[in-house]
Write a protein of this length. Sequence first.
Length: 115
Amino acid sequence: MARQVRWSEPAREDLFQAAGYIARDSVHYAEALLEAASAAGRSLAVFSDRGRRIVQIADAQVREIFVQSYRLIYEVQGDTVDVLAFVHAARDLAAWWERERAGRKGELPEGDKNE
């Protein structure tokens, strides 16, 4: 069963920021990253279960596949695959996820509250 793949606006911004950073040194490698990420995203329409579950994130529907030095993080929901983020593999994923969840709820994570 083929699913619809949708890139969230934050995921698109992540990807274009990464490509922009790489393009400062090499337009060729930036274009290669864009193509690899696009191909990986398209592949999720048919092979959405191929990604691994993320240990730092306690949600079985959220998975990741690696594209060069980046994690393409996505969530499978019925007939849809939502690409949530495109994050460099060196980032602290657990801290990123807490900030991301807080942003979705419109609140700050525990460590960022000014009390």
